[in-house]
Each structure stands twice: as C-alpha cells, then as structure tokens.
Design a protein around this ligand. Sequence first.
Ligand SMILES: [Zn+2]
Length: 243
Amino acid sequence: MYNFLKSVLKNLLPKKIIFKYEDQIRMFLKPFYVGTSHECNICETKLKKFVELENGDLICPICGSLPRTRRLNFLLESEFLKSNLTFLDFSPSRMLYKKWKIRKDINYYPTDFENEFLSDYHYDITNIDSEGEKFDLIICYHILEHITDDKKAMSELYRVLKKKGKIIIQTPFKDGEIYEDFSITSVEEKLKHFGQKDHVRIYSILGLESRLKNVGFETEIRVFEEDNYLGFKKNETMIFCEK
Ligand SMILES: [Zn+2]
C-alpha cells in the first residue's frame, strides 16, 4: 500500500510539491499504519508495522525515517543533547533538522555544502569556515565516503571540535581493507564500485578508525543491538571520536 501510494505520488507530483505537502500526505497515510507493535521515535507515531525496503531497511511509513536515523535520534536524545551545546550537523535528515532546529536550549548548526538537504550553513568539510574549538558535538553521518580528500576533512573536524568534544561518525562499511581508487571518476563506475554514484570509497571500520586516529582523535567503535519495537538494525556500527 505504502509503496504503491508513494510511487503514484512520485510519478504524478514533482518533489517540491511532495515536500510542500508532506505533512498532509502523512496524515492521509496514517490511518493505514497506526497500531501498537512498533514506534517511530522521530515522528512519535505508534505503528502496526514499518515498511521494508528492498535492502531490508525498515522505514517509517509516516515520516520516512530510516533505521539509522531513528537510532541517531535515540542516541542523541538519551546521551548527547545537553543544554547549551554547540552542535554541528552535516547534511541532516529532514525530520531531525525540523526537530532540532526548534530547540531553544541548543546552538544548532545544520550544514549542507551542496544545498541538497535542509540546512542553514554551507560549510565545505575540507575547509570549514569557522574558528577552531567551536563545537561540543559534531554529527558526520554518511559524509566522508563522498569526500576525496578525507584526511583534510578529518583534520578540519578535529580543528573545529572543542577539547573533550565528541564526533559521531558513520559510513557504509565493508570487511577487510578500505576500497578506494581515484581513477574511478564516472558516475556509472562509482555506482558499480562504491555502491552509490557520488561515493569515492568504501571504508572498513578499522580502516576509518585508523585514519581518524592519525589526525589526533581518540576513538571508540560501538556496535549496536537490534530493536524490534523501534525498528533498529542489528550490528549497526558507529565510530565515536573525542578530542
Ligand atoms: Zn516516523
């Protein structure tokens, strides 16, 4: 039902219109999905079920959130988002942007270089237009695999982070070594080799951790459990960095 409606809407309406009326579209879909078996912690809807995508990810039929976005929300709200925090968020999800933007107790800096995501700043992660030691918390979620000079990006993250500040990093991961090959430049080849047309590498967990240590961070790898009720994925991994 959800996929059917979504494809009908997508084919009939331009993206701009869908975004403009997303709240109304959600209200229309809601009666089909409300229940008690699950809950989306972002739009706070109790659900009969999540919608399973082809890759197995469970998305919320009401707000469209991905498992990794719901986990990030859970983690931030339970552990990290403290009052008076200065918080830099790269390419935020639409729902989290809306949620955090209205919080008066945090200094929220949502940024997106290419202006594809809702944001208020447009920092280049390899040359961040900010003084050093400004941020208490940085979210760098599914960003570094897009950046050719990732060493420069990591040094910049280190520079703008306060001492004892934290960064939460996630990218797609593979086993073994990091896979990168800068001779691969066409969109088709990037898709074939790196799984997405604008990715320039696939990290391994230990490979990414080692690059982060090299610019000075202390690191911790955290692997999370599945949560059926909240629709979190098994073995989801994040790297936490501290300066
Ligand atoms: Zn939701």
